[in-house]
Every structure is written in structure tokens, then in C-alpha cells.
Write a protein of this length. Structure first.
Length: 517
């Protein structure tokens, strides 16, 4: 599949201006918040152009960065696309992070403008005042508290709804996609406009078959690259409608949104899939699931037993795939109508993939190796980290990911991240293989397998389980040990067992294994 991206490309014009130019201005682009306020493509373009004029007046242009730390809503979308219109690069952060994390993001990105809601602007007032590169913070839903604070609504309303987009090259920086999770020093993969346009063609259109009649609803928030695609760039690029909501995605809220908006495409993560199954879906939500044509899952591996329970309960196929910050979005995926539970499916058309041994040679079918991927959505590199850039972005535009996989007949199975894999007796053990076995036990709702060093300094597997239906007794661990020994090779069976009320997860819903080691 050849995907041609023009050498001159402005992503905002590609996904928004083009829809209005095609005569789709009256179509609904966004449904927002509890009220379900509808924003048409024409209205979104006017708002985005106003924001772009505000950014330009603040001196933002090519080579600059803008940090968007907003709850999901129309203001987030307008801020994101307006940054691209002026030729700058957009960076994103979870608005609920501690102030220290936002100060680190401002320092790392050297952002010229920050978009924040009133709560964050108030909490982070000192960090905003101290950020040397920051010209202004545009505050959504709040008044100006310091000279650097500008009220978003009043400032944007006073600007012109007409704007001439920057003439950007396809490989000019457009967005930084975070790779470091919710805490610690940030690191970002810098992507040009090309990356996103390529993913739209290869995955959104080529695999999911998104079209103008689709209505998307995403569990992850827009600052997470998975949702940046599924709830912003992908639906806008095809003239579809995205449902956005600022609240946390509790099962109750998700059932309400499904019943009200009747989405056709759901973007899910395994953690929320498990929570939805554990909750009691009201009849109107169960009826609305009949209109969902597919769901996607990414961010971490989806256990096959969980997939089977979901399909039996809601009747919706889950198309699991694998993406990464370095390649922006999904590059290995199952296909609608051809889903193989417990696998990642096949390479997305437009990409190439290798499974590589530690010595750099290609691994044969069935052997675990590192996934290397080549395709038009590869990042330009890591910001401020040339050494890591050289290690990951290789000659021939191969991206050496940290994902360990096994390929059989062109179908990939995820085995874990490189730093999560265990070598027991010199043999690779996939934590996911052990976890999938333990999840088949009726008492286990969640589990994670990590490594520990025994008295001899050798690595052995340890299982951490969540078993809400069982009392905390020693008999449980004996039962789980026997269950595992019946189904796994002896060296894969956990030597230690621990129990927690819940597993630690970051703001993207991903398991934080380092806290369990």
C-alpha cells in the first residue's frame, strides 16, 4: 500500500479547513460535555482561526511550542489545531498532574503559550510566573489572576475568524508525543505533520474504515496520543463526529454517554474494559451497544479472557492493536471481521516490521524478539536526547521499539516491553503469558507478573493479584500455584505471590510495573 504525503502540508488545514472547503461546514464535528453541545465544522474552523490569531499576536510562530493542558472539549481541539495553523508545535499534558510536573513540562518544552483551565492556572500560578519562555497563559473558564494570565473566552472572541495558515513542510515539527508517562522527567518524540497524515490514511481509513457517518467516543483523554488520533485527528479527517467529555471515564459516565450519543466506534483500554464488565450496565446502554460497529483497544495488552467476556456481554468486536509514541499511533493491528483474541494481528498496510534478536539478526517464527518498524509516521527523534535518538531511530528509517513480540504466520503476539521481560534460566519469560493464565482463575480480576532476585541473585517470577471476591487467606496462593503449574512450564510459575486491592496505574491507565518490583 503506497501512501503519498505531499511535501508541503499543514495538518490543521488537512483535517479541518479541507472539510469546510468540501462543503461539510454544517456537519457536526464535536459533541461536548454533559449537555452534548454540538459544534459544527464551520464553527470549529472559526474558533480555531480566532485562537490562531491570538497566538500570532503573542508572537507564536514556526520553531515555537505551545503547551495544551486542558480537559477534553472544544477549547482543547481549537488550541491544538491553532498551534499547527501558526506553524508551531503543540505539546500536551494531563491538566490534573501535580504542579511540579507542569513546571517540568514548561521547562522542557520552553512553551511560549500555555492553555490551562482555571483550576490549573490557579494551582500553577507560581510556575507560570517563573517559566522564562512563557509569554502568556490562556485560561479557559477563568479570569486573569496575573499579568501573564489572559481570559480565553474574551480574548478569543475579540480576534478575527479569518486566518492564513502557515506554509509548513510535511516534516516541520507539528506535535510532541510524550513517552514518559505521568511522572518523572518528560521526554517527547517530535513528529512532523507527515506522521499524522500518514496514520490517518494507513490506520484510520485503511484498517478501521472510518467514515463521515461514524461517531467516536474515547475512554483515554486527548493528551494521550492514542486519543489524539481516535477523538481528534481521525474523525475530523473524514468528516465524522467526536464525542468529548471532561470528566473521568467512570463506568457510569461511559454507559450514560453510550446511551445518549450512540457512538459507532469506541476507543478503549483494558483497565476500563474490565471495569465496564464489573459494573451493571443499564438497559438503555446495553441497547445502545447494538449500534457500535467496533471498539479498539491499545495502551497495554488485552487478555483473551477479558476480550471473550466483553464480546459475550456487549456483542461488540474489539480490534486490538499496538502503537507507540515513536510512531504516533497503531502500526500492528487486528482487522474488523478478522480479530484473533490475544494477538496484535498483522502489520498495518503502509508499514514494514521485523522481529529482531539481541544480536541484531532476524528471529524466526515463534521466537521472541524486539519489534522494529518502518513507516511514514516515524518521529523525527527525541527532543533533547540525541543519544537515545541514535539508539532508536536507525539507518533506513527503522524504529527499534522496546516492544517484545512473537510472530507466527504474519500474526504478532505481544510479549511485553523490553524492560518487563524476564530471563529465567537463560530463557525469556513473557509476563503476559503468565498473566493470561492467572486471569483464567475465577478469583483473579487483575494481575501482574514481575521479576525479583532470589537468594542466589537469580531472576524469578513474582505474581501480584487482585482477588476481590476472596478472603485474604493462605489457601488462595496455594490454589493459584496449583492452577499455574497445571498450565505453565515449571520455570514460568511464580515463586512469590502478593495480593493488592488494586494495581498501580499511570494517568493513561497503563500498569506501572516498576512499583511492583
Amino acid at each position: 500500500m503506497g501512501i503519498e504525503i505531499p511535501p508541503r502540508l499543514n495538518l490543521a488545514a488537512h483535517v479541518l479547513d479541507a472539510r469546510v472547503a468540501e462543503g461539510h461546514g454544517a456537519r457536526v464535528a464535536l459533541r461536548v460535555g454533559a449537555s452534548g453541545r454540538r459544534v459544527t465544522y464551520a464553527a470549529l474552523l472559526d474558533e480555531t482561526n480566532r485562537v490562531a490569531n491570538v497566538l500570532a499576536a503573542l508572537g507564536v510562530g514556526p520553531g515555537d511550542r505551545v503547551l495544551v493542558a486542558l480537559p477534553d472539549g472544544a477549547a482543547f481541539v481549537a488550541a491544538f489545531l491553532a498551534t499547527l495553523k501558526v506553524g508551531a508545535a503543540v505539546t500536551m499534558a494531563n491538566p490534573e498532574l501535580p504542579v511540579a510536573d507542569h513546571a517540568a513540562h514548561l521547562a522542557y518544552t520552553r512553551a511560549k503559550v500555555l492553555f490551562a483551565d482555571a483550576d490549573l492556572a490557579s494551582r500553577a500560578a507560581a510556575a507560570i510566573a517563573a517559566a522564562p519562555a512563557l509569554a502568556a497563559a490562556l485560561v479557559v473558564g477563568g479570569a486573569a489572576e496575573t499579568p501573564r494570565h489572559l481570559p480565553f473566552e474574551a480574548t478569543v472572541a475579540a480576534a478575527s475568524p479569518r486566518f492564513s495558515n502557515a506554509d509548513t513542510a510535511a516534516d516541520d515539527p507539528a506535535a510532541w508525543i510524550a513517552t514518559s508517562g505521568s511522572t518523572g522527567l518528560p521526554r517527547a518524540a517530535v513528529h512532523g505533520h507527515r506522521s499524522f497524515a500518514f496514520s490517518i490514511e494507513a490506520y484510520a481509513k485503511g484498517v478501521l474504515g472510518l467514515g463521515a457517518d461514524d461517531v467516536t467516543l474515547s475512554v483515554p483523554k486527548l493528551y494521550f496520543g492514542y486519543a489524539t488520533g481516535m477523538s481528534l485527528l481521525f474523525p475530523l479527517a473524514v468528516g465524522a463526529t467526536a464525542v468529548l467529555f471532561p470528566e473521568r471515564p467512570t463506568p457510569e459516565r461511559m454507559f450514560e454517554l453510550v446511551a445518549r450519543h450512540r457512538p459507532t466506534v469506541l476507543a478503549l483500554v483494558p483497565t476500563l474494559i474490565a471495569k465496564l464488565l464489573a459494573a451493571a450496565a443499564p438497559p438503555e446502554a446495553l441497547a445502545a451497544f447494538a449500534g457500535v460497529r467496533l471498539a479498539t483497544s491499545a495502551g497495554e495488552a488485552l487478555p483473551a479472557p477479558l476480550h471473550a467476556r466483553w464480546k459475550a456481554t456487549f456483542g461488540v468486536e474489539i480490534v486490538e492493536g499496538l502503537g507507540s509514541a515513536e510512531l504516533f499511533h497503531i502500526h500492528v493491528s487486528n482487522r474488523p471481521g478478522d480479530v484473533r483474541p490475544g494477538t496484535l494481528g498483522r502489520v498495518v498496510p503502509g508499514y514494514e516490521a521485523r522481529v529482531v534478536r539481541d544480536d541484531g539478526s532476524d528471529a524466526p517464527d515463534g521466537e521472541i524478539g524486539a519489534l522494529w518498524v518502518r513507516g511514514g509516521s516515524a518521529a523525527l527523534g527525541y527532543e533533547g536526547d540525541p543519544e537515545r535518538t541514535a539508539q532508536v531511530f536507525l539507518d533506513g528509517r527503522w524504529v527499534a521499539t522496546s516492544d517484545k513480540v512473537r510472530r507466527v504466520d504474519g500474526v504478532f503476539r505481544f510479549e511485553g516491553r523490553s524492560d518487563d521481560m524476564l530471563k529465567v534460566g537463560g530463557i525469556y519469560v513473557s509476563p503476559l503469558e503468565v498473566e493470561n493464565v492467572l486471569l483464567q482463575h475465577p478469583a483473579v480480576s487483575e494481575c501482574a507478573v514481575v521479576g525479583y532476585e532470589d537468594e542466589a541473585g537469580l531472576v524469578k517470577p513474582k505474581a501480584v493479584v487482585v482477588c476481590p471476591s476472596r478472603a485474604a487467606d493462605d489457601a488462595l496462593f496455594g490454589e493459584l500455584d496449583a492452577f499455574a503449574r497445571e498450565r505453565l512450564a515449571a520455570f514460568k510459575v511464580p515463586r512469590r505471590w502478593e495480593r493488592l486491592a488494586a494495581l498501580p496505574r499511570n494517568d493513561r491507565g497503563k500498569l506501572v510495573r516498576r512499583q511492583l518490583r
